[in-house]
Structure formats: C-alpha cells, structure tokens
Design a protein. Structure first.
Lengths: 133, 127
C-alpha cells in the first residue's frame, strides 16, 4: 500500500442523487418500490472512483486482494433529490498489521458531503478498506 | 413513541439471502465495479467459494431499518464487518438499546442462521 498517501486530500467533485441508481440499490436489498426519499447510505465512497478519487489504484489495492472492514455514517442535515453536494475525500489513516494469515493494510478514508451552494456539512462517511497480503 | 430503555429491542429482522441478480443490482446502484460481488471465477481466484454480498448492503439494511423508526433523529451509524456474507446467505439483523442519555445508543449485530456474526456496530439517535 502506498503509505505516503496518508493525509492526501482529493479535489472536490459534485454529486446529485440519482433516482435510478437509488432504485437499483433498493432492488439489490430486495425492495421493489421506488425510493420515496434519498436512501440514508445512498452517498458512498464508491461513487468517487469514476470522479477522480481512484482509491484502489492510488493506494495499490488490487481488487482481488481488497476487502471492506467497515463504514461509519454521521448525518448532519437531510439531502433531498434536488440537492447538489460537493464531496471531498481525504485519506485519513493508513496502518499495517501482521495477522495469523499474513500482512494486512488498512486504509481509513473520510468523505465529507456539503450541500451547495452554502457548503453546509450534511454528511460525513468514513470507510475502512483492507488490502490482504 | 414509548420511552426507550436499555435492553429494549428496536428491531429483530430476518433478511432472506440476496440472489446473484440482487448483488448485480446493488453493485450497479452503488457504482461498485468490484467483480468479487458479481463474477464467480473472480471470487474464486480471490480465495472465496463464491461471490460475496457487499458489506455496504448490511450497512444499508441497518440504516433503512433505523431511519424507518427514527427518521432524522438517526445521527450516526458505525458498522464493522466481521465475516464474509455470500450470495444466498440469509441474515438476522438486531438493534438493541444499550444506553439512554444525551443520546440513545443502540448496539447492532448481524448473524447468519448458523450463528456466524457477520457485522457488529453502534447507532446513536437523538432522544
């Protein structure tokens, strides 16, 4: 893992919730109905990958060695269908550990979602990605 | 809404195992390009018996169940994945009140029918 990237802040990108993507999330969870509200975990780190936050490439985490260890969401203000948010990603912490099955690397990445145009903090997401040795 | 107290069960919900089609849908909906959720050969090369259910699907289940009950009073959700969930694995999702004070703290757990714990966590709710 590229440990020197700890602290890296990516250039912000913008997102609007998409009803079609939200409907697919819900269908994946087993719900056929169209989502009334933006699902609470609609905003997710994965959406950054095609918007310049190339975490797996930058951190050198091949997909076949990647796992996800956890997620944390902190909600500050509701985000509606018509809202636009500015998203800033930061590689908050990188750690390496020895386990019974070999070396593991942990990457904690923090995403802040701010409602535009006021840039009011609406959501903070922390995701922990693991690279298996 | 009745006053909550430590030990109260917020929900104890069974979720049927997600099908391959559901995993494909969830990956599409979250813009997740990882083939470990959709391609059996890739999952096997990565060391798994079959395709993995997405960890964020467990988070999404917890978030929706909590939001349905508490709406905007839901402040935080913290989930740690402790074991892989495979296609077709049913889950039991439980949220229990741990403490009540300036905020309500709930303990969360997800288990497979064989008892394997696949996730644990906490949620905090504004009283």
């Amino acid at each position: 893992m590229n440990m020197q990237l700890e602290g890296k802040v990516y250039p912000p990108y913008r997102l609007r919730p998409d009803r079609a993507l939200a409907a697919k999330m819900l269908a994946g969870q087993g719900f056929a109905a169209a989502p009334k509200d933006v699902p609470p975990t609609y905003f997710i780190y994965l959406r950054g990958e095609t918007r310049g936050v190339n975490l797996f490439t930058d951190l050198d985490i091949p997909r076949d060695r990647a796992l996800q260890a956890g997620q944390r969401y902190e909600w500050f203000a509701p985000i509606g269908w018509d809202d636009e948010v500015e998203v800033t990603a930061r590689i908050a912490k990188l750690t390496a550990k020895e386990s019974k099955s070999g070396k593991l690397w942990f990457a904690d990445i923090e995403f802040e979602y701010r409602l535009l145009p006021a840039r009011t903090l609406a959501l903070r997401e922390l995701t922990r990605v693991v690279k298996r040795g | 809404m009745a006053t909550l107290k430590p030990g109260d069960v917020i929900f104890d919900e069974a979720r049927p195992g997600a099908s391959r089609e559901q995993l494909v849908q969830f990956s599409a909906g979250t813009e997740d390009p990882n083939p470990v959720h959709t391609d059996d050969d890739f999952a096997k090369r990565a060391g798994f018996a079959t395709v993995l259910q997405q960890g964020p699907m467990t988070t999404a289940h917890f978030a929706m169940l909590l939001a349905a009950r508490f709406g905007a009073r839901l402040k935080t959700l913290d989930v740690t994945f402790t074991a892989p969930v495979f296609v077709g694995d049913a889950l039991r999702l439980v949220a229990k009140v741990e403490s009540v004070g300036d905020e309500i703290v709930c303990a969360l757990a997800a288990h497979k029918p064989d008892g394997t714990q696949t996730a644990r966590g906490t949620a905090t709710i504004k009283p």
